[in-house]
Design a protein around this ligand. Structure first.
Ligand code: CA
Length: 340
């Protein structure tokens, strides 16, 4: 990003509810989308806004990638159970931020092929994904003190359920974000260095000096009872941590593991195409030189599989799914212990 875009521009996306106004409001964001099968058509993205009294504003998003479900489920539930009288402050919930991608159960929008989490700060007169990003950046981020974007691995990755932040140059913001990370209560907390961070909601929010929390909860294009429970409890824990919710049921537990990905070598990228065989399980400890996975060249019986070794000491934090893998795919991520 070349410099910070100042938020506040008017947007072509409109809300059917007074977002952030006192009370509970549920409706839609309307994104204009004229097309061959709908001349004056639009995309409607469900939104819930709950506000009461003085307090911080938390913006929660899920479904930024359409094939990631823990965040969508936890936020759909929150949209039902959260009531104004329970809170002090404001909660804005967008469980299916990239609604077209959610409808097609795909990572990217089927309309413009864009990755919601690489489209920030968006474009007013861009494609649907860019218009959604533009609305979030210019109309919602000015309201928000804290942004929580709930991700999972999607159809092609699976993670040790983790709450995520980045290493932030602003050390005060870093400390506040780390405290929220620990309050979330996921089995692991990770301080991530991205392979490619341009256009992320994360980067956009952090650049504005606001607290940004993300997650990687499970994956493989599905949920488990455990990963949904972690997402739901994490949402409650963050609302409580920031003083928005008075919760007697808070079950905040410190993460069992605090991890980071300090070097590019933490990301194992495939140079082969074939059938992926993992040699260690998610969460297993590995040391440099230890075989992590191998790729079978199933069209060449006389060829040995390509073995990939760990280049860092840590745990297998993320793996590729499903069985077939291509060249250039992320096979695995080794996350190292982080000294707090
Ligand atoms: Ca994701």
């Amino acid at each position: 990003m070349g410099g910070i875009v100042v938020p506040g521009e008017s947007s072509r996306v409109s809300a059917s509810i007074p977002v952030g106004a006192p009370g509970k409001h549920q409706g839609y964001l309307t994104v204009p989308h004229s097309r061959n099968d709908s001349a004056w058509g639009s995309i409607q993205i469900p939104i819930t806004s709950i506000a009461n009294g003085e307090g911080p504003t938390l913006l929660f998003t899920g479904g930024s990638h359409g094939d990631e479900y823990e965040g969508q489920i936890a936020l759909l539930k929150a949209a039902r159970w959260l009531q104004p009288e329970m809170i002090q402050g404001r909660v804005i919930l967008l469980p299916s931020l990239n609604h077209p991608a959610v409808l097609s159960a795909s990572r990217l929008s089927p309309i413009d092929g864009l990755n919601m989490n690489r489209a920030f700060p968006g474009r007013r007169s861009g494609t649907p994904t860019e218009m959604i990003a533009h609305y979030v950046y210019h109309q919602l981020l000015p309201l928000a003190d804290v942004v929580v974007d709930l991700h999972s691995g999607g159809k092609t990755l699976e993670f040790v359920p983790s709450v995520i932040m980045h290493d932030l140059p602003d050390r005060e913001l870093h400390a506040k974000t780390l405290a929220a990370l620990q309050a979330f209560g996921a089995p692991a907390a990770a301080i991530l260095t991205e392979l490619d961070s341009e256009g992320m909601l994360d980067t956009a929010v952090e650049s504005l000096g606001k607290i940004f929390i993300s997650t990687e909860l499970g994956g493989a294009g599905m949920t488990t009872a455990t990963t949904v429970r972690i997402a739901e409890q994490g949402v409650r824990n963050l609302l409580t941590h920031f003083g928005v919710l008075r919760d007697d049921e808070v079950a905040s537990s410190q993460p069992g593991l605090t991890l980071h990905t300090p070097e590019a070598g933490c990301f194992l990228v495939s140079h082969d195409a074939g059938i992926l065989e993992m040699l260690v399980e998610l969460g297993d400890r590995v040391v440099p030189g230890q075989p992590v996975c191998q790729i079978h060249h199933f069209q060449e019986h006389d060829r040995e599989p390509a073995v990939y070794e760990a280049t860092a000491s840590g745990i297998l934090w993320c793996r590729h799914v499903p069985g077939l893998i291509g060249r250039g795919d992320c096979m695995a991520v080794i996350a190292c212990d982080y000294e707090l």
